[in-house]
Design a protein around this ligand. Structure first.
Ligand code: SF4
Ligand code: SF4
Length: 300
């Protein structure tokens, strides 16, 4: 008979690994942006990242350049070849694992998440539930309109049109005086709204998140729920920053999943091997549903 384990406290193994990776990329991007500006002003560059720039390491710059690259063989102004190469690497990762760049790497996503931790402390269980469902659901498709607008305008103008509205650009350049008012306002709105709604920019407005979200429809490795061992506690639903109803899914195919793994048996789900990140059709199936216990850990 298969052994199924119910824990009152999941191991949180993936949580600290993800947090370390998020911090690493936040620091790295901040250093690149700072070094770029100091270099432009002929003050100083950081030797170990000399020559790197925000545009050179932004894969979305590569994505918006695809059309121009295919039709004229040139890149959109300010975009570097490295951005195109990075965008292709991220594309391959997304085919396999979904939008990992959103859940694990993007510093703006990480900052929103950390602001959200503060919001969760303030509002407790009400946090991330303020937007009524009938407004929230249609609003989540807004980011596809933003993506379509950005792609169209970039093709027409040959310029990085989104930079002036981009809170990501504003986050790393707010101190330089080069940020457009719209970008600065977008950053402030994103940070303030994050106290009420988890990852508001990712959910409603990010064009790169919209592009990445499409890969959820066919990615190889997905979040898979083993229904026979699920005890319907809904811990996964509560853990999901994107408000996805994981507890009713077989395989999560929601376009908003960011592959953060917060819902899984490693992080939130109390039943071992019930919510897993895996390829293939299902997780292994135990013969009977486990009973929830009050003990720290019980094996059935
Ligand atoms: S379904 Fe799971 S992996 Fe996807 S966003 Fe929600 S918590 Fe993260
Ligand atoms: S899959 Fe979700 S609802 Fe089912 S046991 Fe795990 S956390 Fe609870």
């Amino acid at each position: 008979m298969p052994v199924t384990t119910v824990r009152t406290k999941p191991k949180k193994t993936s949580a600290w690994i993800r947090r370390s990776i998020q911090i690493f990329f936040l620091v790295l991007v901040a250093l690149v942006a700072t070094s770029e500006v100091l270099g432009e002003r002929e003050i100083q560059t950081l030797s170990f990242i000399e020559g790197a720039s925000l545009h050179a390491i932004c894969p979305f710059g590569g994505v918006v350049s695809y059309w121009q690259l295919a039709t004229t063989g040139t890149l959109v102004k300010k975009v570097h070849e490295s951005a195109v190469a990075l965008s292709i690497i991220v594309l391959a990762l997304s085919v396999l694992f979904g939008p990992v760049i959103c859940g694990w790497i993007c510093p703006l996503g990480s900052i929103q998440e950390w602001m959200g931790s503060l919001g969760r402390k303030i509002f407790k269980k009400s946090y991330n539930t303020f937007v009524p469902r009938n407004i929230d659901r249609p609003l989540r498709y807004l980011r596809y309109l933003v993506l379509a607008w950005v792609l169209y305008m970039t093709i027409v103008t040959g310029q990085l049109i989104f930079q002036d509205y981009d809170p990501y650009y504003a986050l790393f350049n707010f101190w330089t005086g080069e940020v457009a008012l719209a970008g600065a306002l977008a950053l402030v709105a994103t940070l303030v709204l994050s106290l009420f709604v988890e990852r508001p920019f990712c959910k409603y407005a990010c064009p790169y998140g919209a592009f990445q979200g499409l890969f959820n429809l066919f990615r190889t490795f997905g979040i898979k729920r083993n229904a026979p061992s699920c005890i319907d506690c809904k811990a996964c639903d509560r853990a999901c920053p994107m408000n996805i109803e994981v507890s009713t899914s077989g395989t999560v195919r929601d376009h908003q999943c960011i592959s953060c793994l917060k819902c899984t048996s490693e992080d939130s789900c109390p039943v071992e091997s019930t919510l897993v990140f895996a390829a293939g059709p299902t997780a292994s199936k135990p013969e009977s549903k486990p009973e929830q216990t009050n003990g720290k850990e019980a094996t059935l």
